[in-house]
Design a binder for this molecule. Sequence first.
Ligand code: PLP
Length: 379
Amino acid sequence: MKIATKFIHAGTEPDPSTGAIMTPIYQTSTYVQEAPGKNKGYEYARSQNPTRKALEEALAIIENGKFGLAFGSGVAATDAVIKLLQPGDEVIAGNDMYGGTYRLFTKIFAKFGIKFLYIDMHDAANVKKHMTSKTRLIWVETPTNPLMNICDIAAISALAKTQKALVCVDNTFASPYLQNPLDLGADIVMHSSTKYLGGHSDVIQGGLIMNDPALREQLYFIQKSCGAVPGPMDCFLVLRGIKTLHVRMRQHCENGAIIANWLREHAKVGKVYWPGFTDHPGHDIAKKQMRDFGGMLSFTLRDDSVENARRLLSSTKLFALAESLGGVESLINHPASMTHASIPSEERLKYGLTDSLIRLSVGIEDAGDLIDDLKQAIG
Ligand SMILES: *Cc1c(COP(=O)(O)O)cnc(C)c1O
């Protein structure tokens, strides 16, 4: 089945009690039992909810996986993955990943005796160099946030298999429209459904997708035991978002390419970070593992003072100054003071995230209008 058909029909069956074409919002905490222990597969809504179940099936289908699990946020989904580990286990992660993931690892889980290594992952050989007999998980984010570096999912997954370490890919930036990590050998896909899956900047949610039934059981046990489940209304919103993901992504990609190329030609713009450029260091891998290059990009100004960047950030009218990404509306963001402020500046500078870097989440408005807005703001 082709992506367009799959995304529209994923997980939703007509409701058995009424025939409603869209899965209803089952706003209930518990389910009446016919006799003690005799129920219809639903006992208590932290463990089971029909709206969440429809969404979890949809998540599995759109990522070419067998099982999906939904969480109250993207970081709650990441939290569940780390809870698979034991004290003493080692995790290899990228050194330029989402700031909230870095904060969760360093400020919450490191104190429980899990060791995190942050490395340059753009060369898979570097991952091999850092693997030890204690490596249990490799956390991959690609494209990375906000420098748009590319990691080779297939190569890293093959390395991990040599010693049974799990590979989890944060697929938030690419979305399942552009990239399906399970097909490339990863064990778990993680999503901040808040972004492209929801697509309308109106919900916070996360998801995990996997193929191995034993892994699904462990993660389901963590989901119901720790309780970071999303509410049924939020599940409904993400289920609805998924139905138009392919249409939105096509436009995000088209607008992203137009704006990346326009910025690159602009006399006042310094470096543009976007994996679609043939001279981007990860372009060949991106071409191999992604269907297109997405609507996320970052850039610096030629005069790369912080003041100049700040002036631009406050001058756009269509691009709203805000954290987050992946919604239909365009956003502009200053990673150093916003999304990545939880990473100490020495750490950020080490991998090239300067205080003058500007990140765009290119929306699906008219590309000409977006360029006019950037034109007046850059001046
Ligand atoms: C937003 C984001 C997260 C965290 O997700 P929340 O839904 O905000 O908890 C994780 N990874 C990436 C790449 C993100 O953009």
